[in-house]
Design a protein. Structure first.
Length: 145
């Protein structure tokens, strides 16, 4: 699988990208970046269609993988435990779980089923920071070494 990792995004507020507790890494909500390193913006069902939203969620997955690569190290990852996905969408858009599959599918492709399949929630919201279409956070179980 060919993934173009990005630099770890700078937090837009008073928080860190990763916080460790016990054998878990908690990854703060990440957003989608285009091929030029710019945030993808817009509301799903209004500015973006389903396919664009799925791609945005996949790109958020790349942001999360980049944080893991740059700040945690793939060798330390035991499994993806859970992701929480938010979709900035119109009130009549109901495919939030299928949008967040963009990230979930990427994790399974990258880590395989044993490490990549995870628990998950997907929510539709009225607005997200910087008008991004998708924001996802993750909980990662780390190996005991």
């Amino acid at each position: 699988m060919d993934i173009k990792f990005i630099n770890t995004p700078e937090p837009i507020g008073n928080f860190v990208n990763v916080r460790y507790s016990g054998n878990h890494a908690y990854i703060s909500g990440q957003g989608p970046f285009d091929d030029n390193g710019e945030l993808i913006k817009g509301r799903v069902g209004e500015d973006l269609d389903f396919n664009q939203a799925y791609d945005a969620a996949r790109r958020v997955g790349i942001s999360i993988l980049s944080v893991l690569k740059n700040e945690v190290g793939f060798e330390k990852i035991n499994r993806i435990v859970k992701i929480l996905g938010f979709v900035n969408c119109t009130k009549d858009f109901y495919l939030q779980p299928k949008v967040i599959n963009g990230c979930s599918d990427l994790f399974v492709e990258f880590f395989g089923k044993e490490k990549g399949v995870h628990a998950r929630s997907a929510l539709g919201v009225y607005v997200l920071p910087n008008n991004i279409p998708v924001e996802i956070e993750a909980i990662i179980e780390l190996s005991g070494n």
